[in-house]
Design a protein around this ligand. Structure first.
Ligand SMILES: Cc1ncc(Cn2c(C)c(CCOP(=O)(O)OP(=O)(O)O)sc2=O)c(N)n1
Ligand SMILES: [Mg+2]
Length: 569
């Protein structure tokens, strides 16, 4: 009959799904709506995991951290204009943090947008996205979907990873084409992240510096964690005997309790080291730009820097031995280069170890505090024990005091387990990261949240319940931003802009959606409640009451706050 002879057809909807699946992308982090609702239904019908959020920023953050965890681009899908704009913060944050992610947004028709004739959700999204991400593309024809998706994937993961925007006008989805032609138009991306070895000269330059060093130090950034070259990195550290620092999201690359860890002796090693090797760590504000009092006498350091991005070299200070290449390849060559001969002076190792032990001992009693309401140290001492006993759990962390103190107190034991605010120090990543951590790892997730930080993405507790994810949220409820003691200087009715409703019960929010809510006022209760949550795998929110006076303004970075010289606040 006529139907049997007609050539099989495909369409834009199907080609987008086929192109993603062909490239082993199976999870989508989304907020549905015009023009992508049917696309999402079809994707789910084709076996893709479609995780639907309450706000696009959280879907985007989930996609970004999925990229960091898997080295495949995390994919976020949104509707046009407002949905696209809500995804942009996550896209920009992914680019800043070098996480591979693709924001795919439906958009309005070119012919109407370009004449500014007032289309539904009219916006020139591609132009707006371009400055905020690593690459941006728009696809107008169904036969270009294969190459367009391939370009977005390669751009997201190749070289220094980052965020990519892919603009799909609504009419593209319903475009029909011959199915055989459509299949031929699809592209499976070949080798988007080839090994990039450094030159022999660069390796020798670096090895000479390391061999001549009296007080060497290695600093691992989250780029080193992202590389998934864990064994090579561990062998290099242990064969070289060099003390190491791990930036926040690199913690656990080697256990924080490793005998060569200098985490608890950070100030000493930054001051005293004479050769510093940066591996996937940028000399940005988090490392005081490599200069100033943090780094001891000016000019007292020689820097080696390992980075896939050549332009990172000399960004802040002179790099004496740049090593341009992918971290796995560079560390493989350096490991070979130190065979049979690189042991830093024993007195340097002893100095670092002594300082570390001294600081650990000084901190220990604070972590035993049983005060109620709790202070940060007592509460974090309980969570430190949980992670020590459950090293494979994922840890999400945001806030100010809640972030800064947790970073130093909760030791990590495995790579890519600590997911936090990263380079920007952005609030609001918590719930998106927690959802993706659970979806991508299948492991229990402990999200340690300041009460303000939680507020940016808190509606996703419904998402966590809807998918019944093993997420345990601990809210450090100190009734405010940094603490809960600020008052309105006028004595007027409005409270200070820095405080929240006193005695609030966030645990009731989780109960509202069928999750488990717990209210705790001391570290033992907190320890028990978290263990119960992790054993049950049930979505749980623990409202941990923290003394409102316990915090400090802006946690550890108060010095960044401008203050008035004419008016004391
Ligand atoms: C998107 C966004 N908005 C605002 C801020 C400013 N900010 C804000 C609002 C923080 C919240 C601190 O309060 P918290 O309750 O989360 O933590 P602590 O009370 O434990 O300090 S930390 C911080 O830098 C930010 N970093 N990111
Ligand atoms: Mg707070």
């Amino acid at each position: 009959s006529v139907v049997e002879d007609a050539p099989a057809l495909t369409d834009g909807f199907q080609l987008v799904i086929d192109a993603l699946k062909l490239n082993d992308i199976n999870n989508l982090y989304v907020v549905p709506g015009i023009p992508i609702s049917d696309l999402l239904r079809m994707a789910q019908a084709e076996g893709m995991r479609v995780v639907s959020f309450r706000h696009e920023q959280n879907a985007g953050n989930a996609a970004a951290i999925a990229g960091f965890m898997t080295k495949k681009p995390g994919v976020c899908m949104t509707v046009s204009a407002p949905g696209f704009l809500n995804g942009l913060t996550a896209l920009a944050n992914a680019t800043t943090n070098c996480f591979p992610m693709i924001l795919i947004s439906g958009s309005s028709e070119r012919e109407i947008v370009d004449l500014q004739q007032g289309d539904y959700e009219e916006m020139d999204q591609l132009a707006i996205a371009k400055p905020l991400c690593k690459a941006a593309f728009r696809i107008l024809h169904a036969q270009d979907i294969g190459i367009g998706v391939a370009r977005a994937i390669r751009a997201a993961v190749s070289g220094r990873p980052g965020g990519v925007y892919l603009d799909l006008p609504a009419k593209l989805f319903s475009q029909v084409m011959d199915a055989a032609e459509g299949a031929k138009s699809l592209v499976k991306v070949v080798d988007p992240t080839p090994a990039q070895y450094p030159s022999a000269d660069a390796v020798n330059r670096a090895l000479d510096l390391l061999k001549g060093a009296k007080r060497p130090l290695v600093i691992f950034g989250k780029g080193a964690a992202y590389a998934q070259a864990d064994e090579t990195i561990r062998s290099f550290v242990e064969k070289s005997g060099i003390p190491f620092l791990q930036m926040s999201m690199a913690k656990g690359l080697l256990p924080d309790t490793h005998p060569q860890s200098a985490g608890a002796a950070r100030s000493l090693v930054l001051q005293e080291a004479d050769v510093v090797m940066l591996v996937g760590a940028r000399l940005n504000w988090l490392l005081s730009h490599g200069k100033g009092k943090t780094w001891g006498k000016p000019g007292s350091k020689k820097f080696i820097q390992v980075d896939i991005e050549p332009r990172e070299m000399d960004s802040n200070v002179e790099i004496h031995a740049p090593l341009v290449g992918d971290i796995a390849s560079v560390m493989e060559v350096l490991l070979k280069g130190i065979e049979g001969g690189l042991t830093p002076p024993a007195d340097w190792m002893a100095t670092v170890a002594a300082k570390r032990e001294q600081n650990v001992a000084k901190m220990a009693p604070k972590l035993m505090s049983n005060a109620s309401p709790m202070n940060f140290h007592g509460a974090l001492g309980a969570l430190r024990r949980v992670i020590k006993e459950r090293p494979d759990a994922m840890l999400v962390n945001e806030g100010a005091n809640t972030l800064d103190l947790a970073r130093g107190i909760i030791d990590m034991y495995e790579p890519r387990k600590r997911l936090d605010v990263g380079t920007w120090g952005v609030m609001g990543v918590g719930m998106g990261y927690a959802v993706a951590a659970a979806v991508e790892s299948g492991k229990p997730v402990l999200a340690v949240e300041g009460d303000s930080a939680f507020g940016f993405s808190g509606m996703e507790v419904e998402t966590i319940c809807r998918y019944n994810l093993p997420v345990c949220i601990v809210i450090f409820n100190n009734n405010g931003i940094y603490r809960g003691t600020d008052v309105n200087p006028t004595g007027g009715n409005d409270p200070s802009p820095m405080v929240f409703v006193p005695g609030s019960r966030y645990d009731k929010m989780m109960e509202a959606f069928g999750g488990v809510g717990v209210h705790v006022t001391n570290p033992d209760e907190l320890y028990r409640a978290v263990n119960e949550a992790m054993d049950s795998g049930r979505p749980t929110l623990i409202n941990a009451v923290i003394d409102p006076a316990a915090g400090t303004e802006s946690g550890n970075i108060g010095s960044l706050n401008p203050t008035s010289s004419v008016r004391k606040m």
